[in-house]
Design a protein around this ligand. Structure first.
Ligand SMILES: NC(=O)c1ccc[n+]([C@@H]2O[C@H](COP(=O)([O-])OP(=O)(O)OC[C@H]3O[C@@H](n4cnc5c(N)ncnc54)[C@H](O)[C@@H]3O)[C@@H](O)[C@H]2O)c1
Length: 245
């Protein structure tokens, strides 16, 4: 589980732990990851922290190694780590573009590749009898675009492309690949509501009239990681108060 030190990732890691899963709590913010690990351990869960900075093949292989060293195997990958560097196109630097594409798109691709390289020989031996799951994280921006987010929207649309492509490639190995498009009040979205007029306009786009809480998003991940979703693949599940309809 990448980017699990706070926000949606933290809520998902704790929900997985509550369900009895063994969880790697990855976050580039090592202290935040350790705090989530302590919280999950207090609930009796088997969890381990990992501080690899998602965005490279090395980091992806590092997270996988953490999982295999701690638990011997891995059944679910959640690609959640993310950053924003919002700028209108004319003001967006190459660095802003590369940073966002690197964490979201390359990071998701690299973690997917690492875990699938581990899973392929196992899945071939089992002849499709055991399901494994990848849950990616996209966004309303990745479905409809968003002014000021050409880096983020391109990355999140790219993640939809990875999700659908991997679902087709990996279905024969019983690897389900889906994505969640969430909307929750977190450190990422709170700054968007600081200016009252902008906040009012933003919230008016939600039929349910508000941002969700991370704990309202987490059950969708639990579902997509569970046997209940064994016949679901290549889908984007919007858990967003109706933002994308
Ligand atoms: N909050 C929303 O409304 C919303 C909407 C659409 C999509 N999303 C997506 O949901 C995911 C989680 O967002 P959030 O709102 O919880 O944000 P957040 O900023 O609260 O949490 C993101 C976490 O990712 C970590 N992170 C950042 N870069 C990393 C890296 N290179 N390696 C490892 N960890 C890294 C951060 O330290 C942080 O703990 C992101 O992919 C985001 O794009 C969020």
């Amino acid at each position: 589980m990448t980017g699990a030190g706070r926000g949606i990732g933290r809520a998902v890691a704790l929900a997985f732990a509550t369900e009895g899963a063994q969880v790697v709590v990855n976050d580039v913010d090592a202290e935040a990851a350790k705090e989530v690990v302590a919280e999950a351990k207090a609930r009796g869960a088997r969890v381990v922290a990992d501080a690899n900075a998602i965005g490279s093949v090395d980091a992806a292989e590092g997270v996988l190694r953490t999982a295999l060293d701690a638990f011997g195997d891995v059944d679910v990958l959640v690609n959640n780590a993310g950053i924003l560097r919002d700028r209108m196109l004319h003001n967006m630097s190459e660095e802003d573009f590369d940073a966002v594409i690197g964490v979201h798109l390359k990071g998701t691709w690299a973690c997917g590749r690492a875990v699938v390289r581990h899973w392929r020989p196992l899945a071939k031996k089992e002849n499709g009898t055991k399901h494994r799951k990848i849950v990616n994280v996209t966004s309303a921006s990745g479905l409809t675009g968003a002014a000021g987010q050409s880096n983020y929207a391109a990355a999140k649309m790219g993640i939809v492309g990875l999700t659908k492509t991997w679902a087709k490639e990996l279905g024969p190995l019983a690897i389900n690949v889906n994505a969640v498009a969430p909307a929750a009040l977190t450190a990422m979205t709170e700054p968007l509501l600081t200016e009252p007029a902008a906040a009012e306009a933003r919230l008016a786009r939600f039929p349910l009239g508000r941002y969700g809480r991370p704990d309202e998003i987490a059950p969708a991940f639990v579902y997509l990681a569970s046997a209940e979703s064994d016949y679901v693949t290549g889908q984007v599940l919007c858990v967003d108060g109706g933002l994308v309809i």
